[in-house]
Design a protein around this ligand. Structure first.
Ligand SMILES: Nc1ncnc2c1ncn2[C@@H]1O[C@H](COP(=O)(O)OP(=O)(O)O)[C@@H](O)[C@H]1O
Ligand SMILES: [Mg+2]
Length: 240
């Protein structure tokens, strides 16, 4: 049983992808940067551990979810689902675009005070909430939103973000949508400096974070649309 792929650089997958870098690994599998033969395009390949992916159900579900979300603005572009042979085992993998950017957590950590200012933070939350709203509108959810599952490509007047690493949970879609919303607010709290800075935040910002109380958040913002509308119309003059 394969518990670790540990693919070396230069290895060829599916007869056409050359491994160039290990990008990350979790309990479900490993992600590699690869270069596609003939086109020289960089891609990301997520390989699923076979014992965590019986009948390729997990990987196929993930692929279908990404395919369904192909018109959602923040969702990484899915390319294909493949089955490879690694050490004589069938291994499913997902090929997607390679996102040239920086993990949001690393990006924030490099900023002065390891946090973002209030205006950029509101702006970033707004971008994330619009992306989440679109995912929910398509009848899906992310399932594991946090600072390390968002890649930031450009940080200017507009942000260019991508959300990666979707998950499937057995619970109801409504619960998962609510969880996405709570997690988006958690990201907002984190990029503003977390527990250390929370007390000194202006009222209009604390109104959104609700002290991270799930029930309070969900009574104030029932859906991502509620939160988006609030962000569009809120008075945050106390935050300047
Ligand atoms: N499409 C992609 N483009 C660029 N980097 C990626 C891509 N997918 C994953 N990564 C990198 O690989 C890491 C792990 O991928 P992820 O899908 O989050 O899997 P997991 O967290 O389950 O290990 C990410 O944190 C990111 O740095
Ligand atoms: Mg991840």
């Amino acid at each position: 049983m394969i518990k670790e792929f540990s693919l070396e650089e230069g290895r060829i997958l599916a007869g056409r992808f050359t491994v160039t870098q290990f990008l990350g690994g979790g309990t479900e599998g490993e992600v590699y940067k690869v270069v596609e033969a003939h086109t020289n395009k960089e891609r990301a390949i997520k390989l699923f551990y076979p014992h965590k992916n019986p009948g390729f159900k997990v990987s196929a579900r993930y692929a279908k979810k990404l395919d369904k979300l192909r018109n959602s603005p923040l969702v990484l572009d899915y390319l294909s689902h493949e089955v490879l042979i690694i050490r004589r085992e069938k291994v499913a993998c997902l090929v997607s675009e390679f996102i040239q950017g920086e993990i949001l957590g690393d990006f924030v950590y490099k900023q002065r005070g390891k946090k973002l200012g209030i205006f950029p933070a509101i702006h970033l939350l707004y971008t994330i909430v619009k992306g989440v709203e679109s995912i929910h509108w398509h009848g899906e959810y992310h399932g594991d939103l946090h600072l390390d599952n968002i890649i930031i490509r450009r940080f200017g007047l507009e942000f260019d973000l991508s959300i990666i690493d979707f998950h499937h949970w057995g619970d109801s879609k409504k619960e998962n949508r609510e969880e996405d919303l709570v997690k988006a607010i958690r990201i907002f709290y984190d990029i503003l400096g977390g527990a250390q800075k929370y007390n000194s935040l202006p009222k209009s910002i604390k109104y959104i974070i609700c002290g991270l109380k799930r029930s309070l958040i969900l009574s104030r913002f029932r859906t991502a649309t509620d939160l988006r509308t609030h962000l569009e119309t809120m008075d945050w003059s106390d935050a300047i």
